[in-house]
Write a protein that binds this ligand. Sequence first.
Ligand code: PBG
Length: 320
Amino acid sequence: MFRTRRLRKTEGIRRLVRETKVSVDDFIYPLFIEEGSGVEVEIPSMPGIFRYSLDTISKELDEVVALNIPAVLLFGIPAKKDEEGTETWNDNGIMQQAIRFIKENYPSLYVITDVCFCEYTSHGHCGVLCDNDVDNDATLVNLAKQTVSHARAGADMVAPSGMMDGTIAMMREALDNTGFPNLPIMGYSVKYASAFYGPFRDAVDSAPSFGDRRTYQMDPSNTDEGMREATFDDEEGADILMVKPALSYLDIIRKLKDGFDRPIACYNVSGEYAMVKAAAEKGWIDGEKVMMESLLSMKRAGADIIITYFAKEAAKVLAR
Ligand code: PBG
C-alpha cells in the first residue's frame, strides 16, 4: 500500500524531505525615511513598522545588520512636494542623504532604492501629469535624472516602481552613460493596480489626489500581459524581475520563474502584512505561523527574493 505518511512521522524525517526552505538570505527589508529630525512614527495600519528620520534610524539599522538581513529597500518621504517631484533628483534630497548615511555607517548593508515619484508629487501620481493622466515619456526623462542621482549618492541597486513603458531601457542607458555600467536594476516588472497597497500609501502619504493608478499599473485579471511586461524588462536589461503583490499573484511568480532565467523577486506588500497583523491581534490566527507559511508559499511559487516587512520578525524565527 502507498503510505505517504511514512515520511511525515517525525521532525527528523520531515526535515530531510523538505523541498523548500526560507532563509534570511532571501529577504529585502523596506525602510521609510522621512526628511527632518526626531521622527519615529509607527504606521497605524502596519504595527511594528515605523517612519524614521536619519537621526533616529540607527537602532533600526543596527538590528537589521545584527539579524544578518542582506538588503534594505529605501523609500524617501520629502519635506516638500511639487507637480513634477523635482526633489527626486536633488543630490541632497532625503533619499540621497539616506543612501550616503547608510553606506557610510553600514557599508555591508546592500542598499536598494525605490525609483518613483508618487511620494514626491503634490498630486500623488507616479510621474508628470498631462491632461489628468501620467505622461509616459516626460516621466522617463525625470526618471533618468532620479536614477543617476541615486547612483551618484552610492546606491547599490535601483528599483523603479512606477510602471512607465521603457523604464528599464531609459535607466540602463542613463546609468551606462554616466559611469555606472555595473549598477543593477530590479524591475517592478509585473506590478498590479492593487488594493493591497493601501497601508503603504498611508505610510508614505502617496495616495493619488484624484483617480487611481489603473492607466499605468496592471489589471489584476491579466497573466499574458504580465509575461509581456516581464519580456520587455528582460530585453531592456533588468537584472532581476519582480512580481507585486505576492500572495494573490503566486501563479504569476511561478510563470516568471519558469519563463525567464533571471532571479525572480516578489513584494509581500503592506496590505498582506496588515491582514496578518490584524487577524493575529484579534487572536484569530497564529500570526507567526501564518507569516512563515506565507513566506514559504512565495518561495515555493518560485521567488528567489522576497521584499517583506516581516524580514526582521522572520529572521528571528529562522535564527532559533
Ligand atoms: C510606489 C510604490 C507603491 C508601493 C511600492 N512602491 C505604492 C503604489 O504603487 O501605489 C507599495 C508597497 C506596499 O504596499 O507595501 N509606486
